[in-house]
Write a protein that binds this ligand. Structure first.
Ligand code: 2HG
Ligand code: ZN
Length: 453
């Protein structure tokens, strides 16, 4: 039997895609920077089918790229050339939230938007949000330990995972779905899989921890005249607004770019930087926020105005994508050196990739800065080198929420010691002994031979 026959036997003929036109949507990432041809695309509908697909690929020595909603930005969810793409999209069931534990079970292919709707319908809150909510799926969110705009209050995916089911690289299914908050019996395998970027196992089900719903949400957009003022404001918001949920950063070129893209006038005065913060609570948090921000800040306590302010932040990614294929970075920087980092990035990028256009924005409260560079060819890594080295130099990380993927694997050594990387390699060998899962992702030099269908 060929691999194709084996896979057809595992998931049914119509869920094994070999036609180039049908494969195409699975082969290029959202940004357009990462692309490769897949040997096949396989769409299992159950955990057992995922296990059967992995078993067939192991027998054939065929590398596998797990893929959720294909919203990844580091090339970790699209083929590099010749792999089997394992799409989890059909595992999209969403359970009914359990009110006593405030937890819900979902298939790996359920979107964040579907999770949010289920939580809302049960009078709860999903405790996570970001712009790609209607495409990004839970399996990928967990595999990348995604963060988003509300991680400041609710933590990243790691903090929300109450249980997990996954098929490991060696074909075994591990399942811990009891949802017990306290359960420290032995090693926590689910915790190991969070953030493993599909290199150790394929996440098939998730038990997600929800939160109590906020009764009131108030957003504020603040214009500031220096980056030092930005850092000062973050400190005051953190200490004086207990119900703080999000603190985002925008710079003037980002606001201007988004407003032009949306065809709307800028709602704020000229300034060096802008902070978009949101507080939530059972009580109205307006007074708490108003006490901390300058008088000319735009306070939004009604849904329409709040959404208008958030649109400025969320649309920037889309506006940049419409202008070209960006190089995207999601570095983390200690807040104490944030102003320095933001100031040093544009000249560093200009020196590495002259004539390119740089945007910086992101999750200020977490020190998670998104740097987007338009101009360099997709394969030109000079700007990548400059930005990632600078993040490491100021004591930050090369990957705060998008993952390492293939985009940043060769810079992992900047922020992880040889001992840590060796330990990661040992774990990889133990759980994926044949090296079939997502070769080349996260750990450099793990590429394996391409499949023959
Ligand atoms: C966001 O925060 C996403 O909007 C995407 O993480 C960031 O486009 C980007 O670089
Ligand atoms: Zn982000």
């Amino acid at each position: 039997m060929t691999l194709t026959d084996d896979l057809r036997a595992a998931v049914g003929e119509r869920h094994v895609l070999s036609d180039p036109e049908l494969r195409a949507p699975y082969e290029t990432d959202w940004s357009g920077r990462f692309h490769g041809e897949a040997a096949l695309v396989v769409r299992p509908g159950t955990t057992d089918e995922v296990a059967a697909v992995l078993a067939a690929c192991r027998r054939a020595g065929a590398p596998v790229v797990p893929q959720g909603g294909n919203t990844g930005l580091v090339g970790g969810g699209v083929p590099r050339g010749g792999e089997v793409v394992l799409s989890l999209g059909r595992l999209d069931d969403v359970g009914v939230p359990d009110l006593a534990t405030a937890q819900v079970e979902l298939g790996a292919g359920a979107t964040l938007g579907a999770l949010q709707a289920a939580a809302r319908a049960a009078g709860l809150d999903a405790a996570m949000d970001f712009g790609a909510r209607d495409s990004a799926t839970l399996g990928g969110i967990v595999a990348c330990d995604s963060g988003g705009v509300r991680a400041l209050r609710h933590g990243t995916a790691r903090a929300r995972v109450a249980g997990l089911e996954a098929v490991l690289g060696d074909g075994t299914v591990v399942r811990r779905m009891s949802g017990l908050l306290k359960d420290n019996a032995g090693l926590n395998l689910p915790a190991l899989l969070v953030g493993s970027e599909g290199t150790l196992g394929v996440v098939t089900r998730v038990r997600w921890r929800l939160a109590a719903p906020p009764r009131r949400r108030v957003a504020v957009l603040v214009a500031l005249d220096s980056l030092d003022e930005v850092v000062g404001l973050v400190g005051r918001l953190r200490t004086e607004v207990p119900s703080l949920e999000a603190v985002e950063l925008l710079l003037p070129e980002g606001i201007a770019f988004t407003c032009e893209y949306l065809g709307v006038p800028s709602p704020v005065r000229d300034a060096a930087a802008y902070v978009l913060a949101e507080a939530v609570g059972a009580q109205d948090p307006t007074e708490e926020l108003a006490a901390v921000v300058p008088d000319d800040a735009l306070l939004a306590d009604d849904t329409a105005t709040r959404e208008r302010l958030w649109r400025l932040r969320e649309t920037l990614t889309e506006a940049i994508a419409a202008a070209g294929i960006p190089h995207k970075f999601d570095v983390g920087v200690p807040i104490a050196r944030l102003a320095e980092f933001l100031e040093r990035v544009p000249p560093a990028v200009e020196a590495a990739a002259p004539g390119s256009r740089t945007f910086q924005f992101g999750h200020l409260g977490d020190g998670n800065v998104h740097v987007n560079v338009l101009g360099p060819e997709p394969g030109d890594e000079a700007a990548d080198e400059a930005v990632l080295r600078l993040a490491a130099e100021v004591g930050g990380t090369i990957s705060a929420e998008h993952g390492v993927g293939v985009a940043k694997a060769r810079w992992l050594h900047l922020i992880r010691s040889d001992a840590e990387i060796a330990a990661m390699r040992s774990i990889k060998r133990a759980l994926d002994p044949d090296g079939v899962l997502n070769p080349g992702v996260m750990l450099p030099g793990t590429a394996s031979p391409a499949a023959s269908a």
